[in-house]
Design a protein around this ligand. Structure first.
Ligand SMILES: [Zn+2]
Length: 240
């Protein structure tokens, strides 16, 4: 429903500190009478809590400050949340059963998973939205200063790209949708610590692991893919 999509956008914006005072007041009034939106708010909060915990025990450099609030008229929110109601319900389920697990040196996989989930929890997951690989490639080159390959992944639609800070460095992330699944590719700049880590991880067993919230994280030299299922993450890394 259009109405619910609008509340999702505002709830996501609230978590990112980008909602206006009027929107906060409006959504609070709505939450009183809407159990569905209350659940969505809890999901956003849990994702952000998991994300905040990663910041606390990060051995990496601090994350960039949140983007300053924009006047709502200037905000470029999309009208079609990629996180569907079904996916959000699944995320709620994961969030409800999730308990912190002991760390086994998989901090990077958890960090990539958090980047993936927080991007797709937003109404506008991409900073630059385009299904044209050449346009996405050009955006990455001009905004991140290096070239990436933008692959065609079987059965997946390219949504666009965004910048992420991962492992203390700024990395390009490409976003796709494959059926109902959200898919993120992370393509670090050559010679960075995260690029080295991709090569190391790719040599361990299948090159895939599972993040603490259950997403599949697959590595190949020079790149990572994160998706709900390992099949999709593998389809992504194998398309290079
Ligand atoms: Zn509602």
């Amino acid at each position: 429903m259009v109405c619910e999509e609008r509340w999702m956008e505002i709830l996501s914006a609230c978590q990112d500190g980008e909602a206006t005072a009027a929107e906060v007041a409006e959504v609070q009034a709505h939450l009183v009478g809407c159990a569905r939106c209350q659940k969505s708010r809890e999901t956003f909060q849990r994702i952000h809590q998991a994300f905040g915990e990663l910041r606390l025990d990060a051995d990496s450099a601090p994350l960039p400050a949140p983007r300053p609030s924009l006047a709502s008229g200037l905000r470029t929110r999309r009208r079609w949340p990629v996180l569907t109601a079904g996916a959000l319900a699944a995320a709620t389920l994961v969030a409800l059963v999730w308990v912190p697990l002991p760390r086994h040196g998989s901090g990077l996989a958890d960090e990539l998973e958090a980047r993936h989930l927080t991007a797709f929890a937003r109404a506008a997951p991409c900073e630059f939205s385009s299904s044209d690989p050449a346009a996405v490639r050009a955006w990455v080159a001009s905004n991140l200063g290096y070239n990436v390959e933008v692959p065609t992944i079987p059965d997946a639609t390219l949504l666009g790209a965004r910048r992420c800070t991962v492992h203390g460095g700024v990395t390009a992330s490409l976003l796709y949708r494959r059926g109902e699944e959200a898919l993120s590719l992370f393509l670090p700049r050559a010679g960075t610590a995260i690029e080295t880590e991709a090569t190391r991880m790719s040599r361990v067993r299948s090159g895939c692991t599972v993040g603490r919230l259950g997403a599949a994280v697959c590595a190949r030299p020079g790149l990572f893919a994160v998706a709900e299922t390992q099949g999709t993450a593998l389809a992504a890394v194998e398309s290079f």
